[in-house]
Design a binder for this molecule. Structure first.
Ligand code: ADP
Ligand code: ZN
Ligand code: MG
Length: 488
């Protein structure tokens, strides 16, 4: 069978088949300590330095639930519009793997922490079936260490790190929708400050379930689960490949078998990992070492009261309050810190649109060039508002403002002060300009005659001369007006 390309699902496959996609997303919670012991929850420490009898799975050690993990999981659930269950149950998920010394993972099964959520993506609501709490496993290391040609290593620092697993309904219909869903989900987790969602470090992980069905058919096709999607790009590429592959199987009279496949980055394809016959039977049963998790109404109310404004609501409010476009609101809410910065600058300004433009333009460009956020380059938000005011007052021209901005970056001084110390004040005093204009007019009698004979395009020449004579400090609009009067 020819190997389909992963570049994009071919249009003919998508004409005939409709993809159905559901995502399972794991988010590591950024608690100080692990979920069932007091070990630090931290990435990058020396292997096995953050371990104790509980997370090493030593016999007789007992788990104690970390309330902070529950709190953050509840925040995550509410940010995804899910209902937090008053009572949920921890369960043992049994399987053998070297990074799981207990032989089981403590998770939730029949009664998860939260259910019935949803996320608005591209104008459509994607259902969220459930959100449950569980512990992360350790990490097996197969390369990069001395002797790893012969041996594998196990690092258990990650064992017991709190996770929420967020399972969506099979509501997505294209790789783009899946990409967007994950984007929005990550954004919400960042706004809630429950995780750093760093995909390279594994604090945000995603498995995709995908099937296709002939367009017009109500019944879903058999799904395939794709793992190892550790970037947004891989998610989209793997789905595109998988849709194409499934279409080809069906087109050549084959059947899709339920299986788990791995995305292989280098080959840009998915490959079978295990089929249904080899699917795990996890033999879930209630965890006997932990009591049911009871969430009181008061606890729920506390979490509710502590929720920040979420990105979508914030975007709508910025549009309504400051007259921003959908696009501007999107750019300015890329992070909570940036949005806060914009609001601090705009709230005191009569010209919030210009404030937005300076932040999205010069400030963001500079911040990108030094690899930081605009809110941390050392320009207080009030200074942006002041710069805009200087332009609007006619004290400086837009061109001068660029130089003032450069000085703001270098000296961190208020723009009004910089304008003075740089001797930059724009000349918008009619008397002073009149004198300069008279000089220019007197010095160019020939051009004046040409202008008066109808060659009005010479106005630009005169404006240029006046700007030069004022060393760039004349207010251009006023110069235009005064010149026209004088020459006309
Ligand atoms: P399993 O029993 O294999 O765990 P679930 O019904 O719990 O399957 O669903 C797991 C994930 O697969 C969910 O995200 C769900 O949305 C998705 N899913 C279920 N059925 C399909 C399907 N036919 N096509 C695509 N995704 C599906
Ligand atoms: Zn521990
Ligand atoms: Mg399931």
């Amino acid at each position: 069978m020819p190997v389909p390309s992963a570049s994009a699902a071919s249009s003919s496959a998508l004409e005939r088949y409709e993809p159905v996609i559901g995502l399972e997303v794991h988010v590591q919670l950024n608690t100080a300590s692990k979920i069932f012991c007091g070990c630090a929850n931290r990435f990058g420490a020396p292997p096995n330095s953050l371990t104790c009898p509980v997370c090493l799975g030593l016999p007789g050690a007992l788990p104690v639930l970390n309330r902070a993990a529950v709190d953050k999981a509840m925040r995550a659930a509410r940010g995804l519009n899910a209902t937090v269950n008053a009572r949920s149950i921890f369960a043992r998920k049994n399987y053998f793997y070297p990074d799981l010394p207990k032989g089981y993972q403590i998770s939730q099964y029949d009664l998860p922490l939260a259910e019935h959520g949803g996320l608005d993506v591209l104008g459509k609501r994607i259902g969220i079936t459930r959100l449950h709490l569980e512990e992360d496993a350790g990490k097996n290391i197969h390369e990069g260490l001395p002797g790893s040609d012969k041996h594998s290593y196990v690092d258990l620092n990650r064992a017991g790190v709190p996770l929420v697993e967020i399972v969506s309904e099979p509501d997505m219909r294209s790789p783009e929708e899946a990409f967007e869903y994950l984007t929005r989900l990550k954004e919400i987790m960042l706004y809630l400050e429950v995780s750093d969602c760093n995909m390279e470090e594994g604090s945000l992980r995603c498995d995709a379930n995908v099937s296709i069905r002939p367009r017009g058919q109500a019944q879903f096709g058999t799904k395939v689960e794709v793992k190892n999607l550790n970037s947004f790009r891989y998610l989209q590429r793997a789905l595109e490949y998988e849709i194409e592959r499934q279409a080809e199987v069906l087109d050549t009279g084959g059947r899709i078998g339920q299986e788990t496949r791995l995305f292989q980055v280098a080959e840009n394809r998915t490959a079978s990992m295990r089929s249904k016959e080899h699917a795990h039977d996890y033999r879930y049963f209630p965890e006997p070492d932990l009591a049911p998790l009871i969430v009181s109404d008061a606890w729920r109310a506390r979490v509710e009261a502590d929720l920040p404004e979420l990105p979508q609501a914030l975007r709508e409010r910025l549009q309504a309050t400051y007259g921003l476009s959908v696009y501007d609101a999107q750019v300015l809410t890329a992070s909570r810190a940036l949005a806060r910065y914009f609001e601090q600058a705009a709230s005191g300004s009569p010209n919030p649109k210009a404030v937005a433009n300076w932040i999205m333009g010069d400030l963001l460009a500079y911040a990108k060039s030094v690899n930081t956020g605009p809110e941390t380059v050392g320009i207080p938000p009030a200074h942006i508002a002041e710069l805009v005011a200087l332009i609007d007052e006619g004290a400086i021209s837009g061109k001068m403002a660029k130089d003032v901005f450069a000085a703001m970056l270098a000296q961190h001084e208020p723009p009004r002060k910089l304008v003075e110390s740089m001797g930059m004040k724009q000349i918008s005093d009619t008397g002073a300009l009149d004198k300069i204009i008279d000089g220019v007019v007197a010095a160019h009698p020939q051009q004046v005659a040409q202008y008066r004979a109808g060659k009005t395009s010479l106005l630009a020449f005169f404006v240029g001369q006046v700007m030069k004579a004022s060393r760039g400090q004349a207010a251009p609009a006023l110069v235009n007006e005064l010149l026209k009067k004088k020459l006309g």
